[in-house]
Design a protein around this ligand. Structure first.
Ligand SMILES: N[C@@H](CCC(=O)N[C@@H](CS)C(=O)NCC(=O)O)C(=O)O
Length: 225
């Protein structure tokens, strides 16, 4: 069986899970607390990061984008990166934007402050930093504005078709939505896009996710919110 080593609220792991579901590929998941670098996990990925994907033949791929590009080539029946070089370039630009900018500016800081810090037993861990949370939420608003700008001009984020750009953006947004930190009422265009993504069969299992010690926000599993 294909295996994904992942953490439930890691946006990069969610991106890989969604891609596998979109491609209708069966897989099992092994939960990996990425702040706990066990020797077994470091053997698999010396960089100590999730996600890691192991294919049927034992091939091990690390890094969400390397995994998604691999899946696109190994299982091309469902195209998620586009068929023209121009669309491919736009999909890859947006994927990089969300995985670098969104991750650095709001997803990873909020994940660290609200989830990782609960589990880290290091000296000087004084709990969530409210200033960092405030700053990250302010950056989140800028990204919501950019997603709205794209939604206003295109059918899906990178153009006419649903793509890895939508998967990647939704992976980041869904982590924050789990925490209840998206002000949906002020972002109607983004909400409409997210409802469309959330309604896809590929999203179904993510909506049932729960992490110990942090329950999902009440509207997280709902398609009508
Ligand atoms: N570029 C990597 C980033 C993966 C990543 O940063 N994963 C985080 C969890 S969301 C992690 O494992 N952090 C632990 C670490 O960096 O040591 C990818 O796309 O897979």
């Amino acid at each position: 069986m294909r295996t994904v080593y992942q953490h439930t609220l890691c946006p990069f792991s969610r991106k890989v899970r969604l891609t596998l579901h979109e491609k209708k590929l069966d897989f099992t998941m092994v939960n990996q607390n990425f702040w706990d670098k066990t020797p077994e996990f470091l053997d698999l990925n010396p960089a100590g990061q999730v996600p890691v994907f192991v294919d049927l033949n034992g091939t091990v791929i690390c890094d969400s984008q390397a995994i998604c590009e691999y899946l696109e080539e190994a299982y091309p029946e469902k195209n998620l990166i586009g068929d023209s070089i121009v669309v491919k370039a736009e999909v890859r630009r947006l994927v990089a934007w969300f995985d670098l900018k969104a991750a650095g500016e709001f997803t990873l800081p909020l994940l660290f402050e609200k989830v990782v810090k609960r589990n880290l037993k290091i000296q000087g861990n004084t709990g969530p930093c409210s200033q960092r949370i405030r700053q990250s939420k302010a950056m989140l608003l800028k990204h919501l504005e950019y997603i709205a700008w794209l939604c206003d001009r295109r059918n899906w984020l990178a153009g006419d078709n649903f793509s890895l750009a939508d998967i990647t953006a939704a992976a980041h947004i869904s982590v924050i939505d789990y925490m209840g930190d998206i002000p949906w009422a002020q972002h109607e265009l983004v909400k409409n896009w997210y409802v469309r993504v959330k309604s896809r069969p590929s999203f179904r299992t993510l909506l049932q996710d729960k992490v110990p010690g942090l329950s999902p926000w009440e509207t997280y599993p709902l398609l009508d919110f």
